[in-house]
Design a protein around this ligand. Structure first.
Ligand code: ADP
Ligand code: MG
Length: 240
């Protein structure tokens, strides 16, 4: 589904990714952990080439995205992304936040887009909030709207970058519930998170990113219970 081969990324003189190889199969849930500044967000952003990479290759469903002539806007529509900050349009209702991209980019007729949006709002438990503006919703509700909005484009892959980190603790589980439902439905997911319970329960693989490389990876229970690297052990001691 996704293959990164020797991906390097520099910002000016700072090399943030130093040769990352990562293969994600269809339906796999890969959880990415690691210390702040280690390159996790940059790695996610390289999957859909939101960051142009300095070296290496990125394949999506067998297609080399680094080849000239690839329509990156079309590629990005196949990859949903949700961030720590929900980035909803504050002046639009939840329903209109969901329908905006399909109507603008895919020319989906309004009634069709609204029907799909209502189904997705229902799926994330917000059927009754279609007419609410983001400011009228809790952080957990806003984040669920953001996930539903990403799903509107029927993505083949979903990228989650610390989507529960800005939430009050009591709102974390309602967002994880939506991610759990999505994982169980067979969605291919890359999730940067500090939620080790989620990693253990739903991750097919846990990837520890540190200093711009994948320092360790394996089955979540194996990595969490018996990390092989000293850096992994140090990190887990701080977060567990
Ligand atoms: P993480 O998500 O693991 O905390 P990031 O991928 O956000 O790490 O950042 C890795 C490093 O890259 C950090 O040193 C950060 O300051 C740097 N970095 C990230 N984005 C940029 C950018 N747009 N310009 C310059 N440096 C950046
Ligand atoms: Mg980050």
């Amino acid at each position: 589904m996704i293959e990164l081969r020797g991906v390097r990324k520099s910002f000016g003189g700072l090399e943030v990714l130093k040769g990352v190889d990562l293969t994600v199969t269809r339906g796999e849930v890969v959880v990415i952990i690691g210390p702040s500044g280690g390159g996790k967000s940059t790695l996610l952003r390289c999957v859909n080439l939101l960051e142009p990479i300095t070296a290496g290759k990125v394949f999506l469903e067998g297609r080399d995205l680094t080849e000239p002539g690839v329509d990156l806007n079309e590629v990005r529509r196949q990859i949903g992304m949700v961030f720590q900050q929900f980035n909803l349009f504050p002046h639009l209702t939840a329903l209109d936040n969901l329908t905006l991209a399909p109507r603008r980019l895919l020319r989906t007729p309004r009634t069709e887009a609204e029907q799909a949006a209502r189904e997705l709002l229902d799926r994330v438990g917000l059927a009754d909030k279609a007419g609410s503006h983001p400011g009228q919703l809790s952080g957990g509700q806003q984040q669920r709207v953001a996930i539903a909005r990403a799903l509107m484009m029927a993505p083949h892959v979903m990228l989650f970058d610390e989507v529960t980190s800005a939430l009050d603790p009591e709102l974390v589980s309602e967002v994880l519930d939506v991610m759990r439902d999505l994982a169980r439905s067979g969605m291919t997911m890359l999730c940067v998170t500090h939620e080790m319970g989620f990693a253990r329960e739903l991750g097919d693989r846990l990837v520890f990113v540190d200093g711009g490389v994948i320092a360790e990876q394996g089955r979540p229970a194996d990595v969490l219970d018996e990390p092989s690297g000293e850096r992994t052990r140090q990190f887990l001691r701080k977060v567990l």
